[in-house]
Design a protein around this ligand. Sequence first.
Ligand code: IMP
Length: 192
Amino acid sequence: MPDLKVLLSRETIAKRVAEMGKEIARDFDGQSIILVGVLKGAAIFLSDLARHIPLDATFDFIGVSSYGNRPTVKEDPAGHAAWDSLGEVRLTKDMDSSMADRNVILVEDILDTGLTLNYISKLVRAHQPKSLRIAALLDKPSRRKQPIEAQYIGFTIPDAYVVGYGLDYAERYRNLPDICVLENPPENPVGA
Ligand code: IMP
């Protein structure tokens, strides 16, 4: 059985997400913003965060997939199943709206190697937004391969594989209310 250990409780997450919403509302006081969520992991974070931003706001979503290889349990006996991206990111769903002249906030579940957000930031910048900021719930700075600056970070965490609150392992565990460290992940997960 996979072993799940709570790293961040639902109460801790809720408190920090509310603070992040306040920070964004303060920074963009009186302006309109567009929150762009990175599918699928950021869906829960975006929906909670948005309700703490009392500004004129719209939503959009972008989908990406990494050509990186998640090692199997055999290759990674420690069971952390760290996502070892090879550095190629592919767009699976483009944004629906134009980002031109908008205050764009990219909303991401976790900042790991930095490859995904670098790729998406470049795409958005090509639209010439009025401003571009990044809100990431989690940050694993020890895993960074490309430098990236996120203006709003929920929690800095150690290099462990985490699931819950939108984050998955082989599409599972997104619905866990707490963020948990996944140890001993299943050998043959469906959808891996
Ligand atoms: P990056 O491009 O390496 O920064 O990867 C970001 C993406 O990798 C996230 O959006 C997640 O989909 C995935 N990822 C990285 N670390 C974890 C983790 O600990 N749990 C679940 N997904 C992760």
